[in-house]
Design a protein around this ligand. Structure first.
Ligand SMILES: NC(=O)c1ccc[n+]([C@@H]2O[C@H](COP(=O)([O-])OP(=O)(O)OC[C@H]3O[C@@H](n4cnc5c(N)ncnc54)[C@H](O)[C@@H]3O)[C@@H](O)[C@H]2O)c1
Length: 255
C-alpha cells in the first residue's frame, strides 16, 4: 500500500455529515493508505450512512465522549476491527446555545460545564481510552479555533478551545515519554453543523473573506484535513504540543 499514511490504523471521531471536517480526514486518510475506524455520536444510523460514502466503507463504533462506559469499552470495540492504533483524531465540539452568540455573561455553569466536558476534557479522555492500542510513533490530533483571542460570538466555546489547546500541551508532556505526539490544527471557519449552531457565525465568514491573505473557502474542508494527515504521518516525528494554523493566514494579520 502506498501513500502518506500507508499501513496506518486510525480512529476518527466527529463524522456527522459529509461536510464534517472528520469526514474529509477519513476520506483523505483512506486515499493515502490508512485503515479507518469511525466513532459516531447520537444519530448512529446517519453516521453509518455517511460512512458508506467513504472510498472504503468504515466501521462505526458508538462513542459519547462524556459516557465513561463508552470510553472504558472503546479499546475492545476498536480491536474488533484493527489490532492497534497509530493515530486518533478528535474532531468533537459542542456548547449549549446559552454559551454562544453573545451569551458569555449569562451562561449558567451547568451549560459551561457541558461545553468543557464535551469540547475540552474529552480530548484527554479519548486519548486515554485509545492509549492501550497505541505504541511509540503514535499521534493524537484535534481541531481548534484560534483561542488566543476573544471572538465576538464564540464566547464559552472560545474558553473551551483555550482549554483544549492547553490540554493538548499537557497531553504532549504526559504521553511524550511513550513516544506519542499530541498536536492541534487551528482551522478557519467552515460551514459544518457545529458552525451553524453558532448564532452570528457569518461574522467570521465576512472577516475571513476580507482579511485572510491567501483567501479562504468556507466549504473546503480539505486544507484542514491535509494538515491533520501530515500531523498523523511520520513527517512530524519531533513535533508535539504544537498548533498548526490552517486559516489562509488570518491569524498572522493585524486589524
Ligand atoms: N467548522 C468550523 O468553522 C471549525 C473551525 C475550527 C475548528 N472546528 C472544530 O472542528 C471540530 C469538528 O467540528 P466540525 O466543524 O467538523 O462540525 P461537525 O458538526 O461536523 O462535527 C462535530 C462533531 O462533534 C460530535 N459530538 C458532539 N458531542 C459529542 C459527544 N458528546 N460525544 C462524541 N461526539 C460528539 C458530533 O456528533 C459531530 O460529529 C470541532 O472540534 C470544532 O470545534 C470547527
Amino acid at each position: 500500500m502506498s501513500g502518506l499514511l500507508a499501513g496506518k490504523r486510525l480512529l476518527v471521531t466527529g463524522v456527522i455529515t459529509d461536510a464534517s471536517i472528520a469526514f474529509s480526514v477519513a476520506k483523505l486518510a483512506q486515499e493515502n493508505g490508512a485503515q479507518v475506524v469511525l466513532t459516531g455520536y447520537g444519530r448512529l444510523s446517519l453516521v453509518e450512512r455517511i460512512a458508506k460514502r467513504l472510498p472504503e466503507p468504515a466501521p462505526v463504533i458508538e462513542v459519547d465522549v462524556t459516557n465513561t462506559e463508552h470510553l472504558a469499552g472503546l479499546a475492545d470495540r476498536v480491536r474488533e476491527h484493527v489490532d492497534g492504533l497509530d493515530g486518533v483524531v478528535h474532531s468533537i465540539g459542542f456548547a449549549p446555545q446559552s454559551c454562544l452568540g453573545g451569551g458569555f455573561l449569562d451562561a449558567p455553569w451547568e451549560d459551561v460545564a457541558t461545553a468543557l466536558h464535551v469540547s475540552t476534557f474529552s480530548y484527554k479522555s479519548l486519548a486515554m481510552a485509545a492509549l492501550p492500542l497505541m505504541s511509540p510513533g503514535g499521534a493524537v490530533v484535534g481541531l481548534t479555533f484560534d483561542a488566543t483571542k476573544a471572538w465576538p460570538v464564540y464566547d464559552w466555546m472560545g474558553v473551551a478551545k483555550a482549554g483544549l489547546e492547553s490540554a493538548s500541551r499537557y497531553l504532549a508532556m504526559h504521553l511524550g515519554k511513550q513516544g506519542i505526539r499530541s498536536n492541534l490544527v487551528a482551522a478557519g471557519p467552515l460551514r459544518t453543523i457545529a458552525a451553524k449552531s453558532i448564532p452570528g457565525f457569518d461574522q467570521f465568514e465576512d472577516a475571513w473573506a476580507e482579511r485572510a491573505p491567501l483567501g479562504w473557502s468556507l466549504t473546503d474542508q480539505e486544507p484542514a484535513a491535509r494538515a491533520c494527515l501530515a500531523l498523523l504521518s511520520d513527517w512530524f516525528p519531533a513535533t508535539t504540543g504544537e498548533i498548526v494554523h490552517v486559516d489562509g493566514g488570518y491569524h498572522a494579520i493585524g486589524s
